[in-house]
Design a protein around this ligand. Structure first.
Ligand code: G6P
Ligand code: ZN
Length: 542
């Protein structure tokens, strides 16, 4: 029954920040997906007879690769595969299914917020038994296997029906097609006060959720409209489409512009939110009030006790290094530790497993908690709704009260996209070379007090991740961070993170761009961005 198919390596299958992401055309090469999946299986030990979770965000190629993975899982000796109906599982839902069913691991088919369709992106990532992204040791082993692979195992069998919930046999392996939403929605009901949110939504409070024609549509419709009683139409773009309706399923102010405009309109809704391709990112906008991801983390941490799942308080808060220090002030006030990790959700896994942190967040629109081991878009929206239901104040008031207590971290990220890699590397190399001499330097934003290249030592296993981004601190607590993106597919992307702290008794009502103007000038002085990139302006400001 088992076929061993000879193959030769592809040299470009190195997993990035979040799995292997390539153009669909690359994945459509014969043996390309097979090579990678076999390389994943070959990096694992002891999965014979065990359970694998399988699903994706519904993008172009999702169903085909699921069939390939099912046949290969059977040939490689898995005992059971749990696959989401229609091939659908959001990233956080997959993380939950892995944990809840004690699976060995899972394959999630997604390229996150990258566009989908025949000329766009596809991706495969592997998650381990705790439900989280494979740590670096695993992804390095996978990569090493991709460079040596000589054959893969599969079986000859017709496609499995993915559309009917139920159990079938595939060459001795059980394939269980599961409702992708039910377990996840049940988990959410254990964390949040659904009755209070239902009352809020019945009281004239209007929300809008944009699923961006991506995976959260079915989750959002079930949870917000069916279980919480929001009117039909609350969820927009709620049907997952293979090409996301030709949009970027990226919940930011550029790609979720319609939602933003609706919330800024004079008679707009009270609350707007969106999520990305695979459902792990979130965008939060109140009436006339955009909430930055860094502020969202801080506000959610400060108010989490209002939700039943967090009523006992938080063990700690974790944020990625470029994320603003707003959450640090909340942690200090709560008397709990704050962990600063490199960019990438995988660095939170150990902290969550060790119960050192309860809530985590990143400036890149990710927030989550110890309920799963991925960031979770719908979870963030529900926690916001729970806070709003408990406090019965507009988002803008909640933000104003937060800043009045903790001060405000004005924050922006400037991205310079598709730079020639050599030029981006030269900029970073020059900055790194200047670090020692920088303290004491005068700039448009004042005197540099400290400069380094961030290095992280994991407190649970002592592993060290060096060269995670250049940090430049100023005497008044302001900060500029420079790093290169680890997720781009074209050239290099320079990210410049700008942050200025204004104390609680300071000027809390400034325009962000104006508040950050001296830092923007200092960033140019220090890094010579224009000269290095040839770009006068950032491609995107978030
Ligand atoms: C992915 C990861 C996030 C990370 C982000 C950073 O979305 O899941 O954890 O924050 O990439 O992307 P970047 O392009 O800045 O490396
Ligand atoms: Zn994502």
């Amino acid at each position: 029954m088992i076929l061993t198919v000879n193959t030769t390596p592809f040299t470009d299958q190195k997993p990035g920040t979040s799995g292997l992401r390539k153009k669909v055309k690359v994945f459509q090469q014969p043996r390309y997906a097979e090579n990678f999946i076999q390389s994943v299986f070959d990096s694992l030990d002891g999965f014979a007879g065990q359970t694998l979770v399988l699903g994706g965000d519904g993008r172009f190629l999702n169903r085909e690769v699921i069939q390939v993975a099912l046949r290969m899982a059977a040939a490689n000796g898995f005992g059971r595969v749990l696959v989401g109906q229609g091939g659908i599982l959001s990233t956080p839902a997959a993380s939950n299914v892995i944990r809840q069913y004690g699976a060995f691991g899972g394959l999630v088919l997604s390229a996150s917020h990258n566009p989908g369709g025949p000329d766009e992106d596809f991706g495969i990532k592997y998650n381990i038994a705790n439900g989280g992204p494979a740590p670096e040791a695993v992804t390095e082993a996978i990569y090493a296997n991709t460079l040596q692979i000589a054959s893969y195992k599969t079986i000859e069998a017709p496609d499995v029906d993915l559309d009917t919930v139920g159990t079938t046999d595939l060459a001795g392996m059980t394939v269980q097609v599961i409702d992708p939403v039910a377990d996840y929605a049940a988990l959410m009901e254990t964390l949040f006060d659904f009755a209070a949110i239902r009352d809020l939504l019945a009281s004239g409070f209007v929300m809008q959720f944009d699923a961006m024609s991506a995976v959260t549509g079915p989750y959002a419709t079930e949870i917000f409209e069916r279980r919480l009683g929001a009117p039909a139409g609350t969820v927009r773009n709620g049907v997952p489409l293979p090409d996301f309706g030709h949009h970027h399923p990226d919940p930011n102010l550029v790609h979720a512009r319609d939602l933003y405009d609706a919330l800024m309109a004079p008679d707009g809704p009270d609350f707007g939110a969106a999520s990305d391709g695979d459902g792990d990112r979130n965008l939060i906008i109140g009436k006339h009030c955009y909430v930055t991801p860094s502020d969202s983390l801080a506000v959610l941490a400060a108010n989490a006790h209002l939700a039943p799942g967090y009523a006992r308080g938080l063990a700690g808060i974790a944020r990625s290094m470029p994320t603003s220090g707003a959450a640090d002030r909340v942690a200090a006030a709560l008397g709990i530790p704050l962990f600063e990790t490199p960019t990438g959700w995988k660095f939170f896994g150990n902290l969550l497993d060790a119960s050192l942190a309860t809530i985590c967040g990143e400036e890149s629109a990710g927030t989550g908690s110890d309920h799963v081991r991925e960031k979770d878009g719908i979870w963030a929206v529900l926690l916001w709704l729970n806070v709003l239901a408990a406090r019965r104040q507009p988002v803008a008031t909640i933000m104003a009260e937060h800043w009045a207590r903790y001060g405000r971290n004005y924050y922006a990220r400037h991205d310079y996209e598709a730079i020639e890699t050599a030029r981006a590397d030269a900029l970073m190399a020059r900055l790194r070379g200047s670090l020692e001499a920088l303290p004491g330097t005068q700039t448009a934003a004042g005197t540099v007090s400290m400069a380094d290249d961030f290095s992280y030592t994991d407190p649970t296993d002592g592993s060290i991740s060096a060269r995670q981004g250049v940090r430049i601190l100023f005497a008044d607590g302001s900060r500029i961070v420079f790093r290169l993106s680890g997720t781009g597919t074209e050239g290099a992307t320079l990210r410049v993170y700008l942050e200025r702290y204004e104390p609680a008794d300071g000027d809390l009502g400034q325009e962000t761009a104006a508040a950050l103007a001296p830092l923007i000038a200092a960033a140019e002085e220090l890094a010579q961005i224009v000269a290095h990139t040839g770009m006068a302006e950032p491609s995107v400001i978030t």
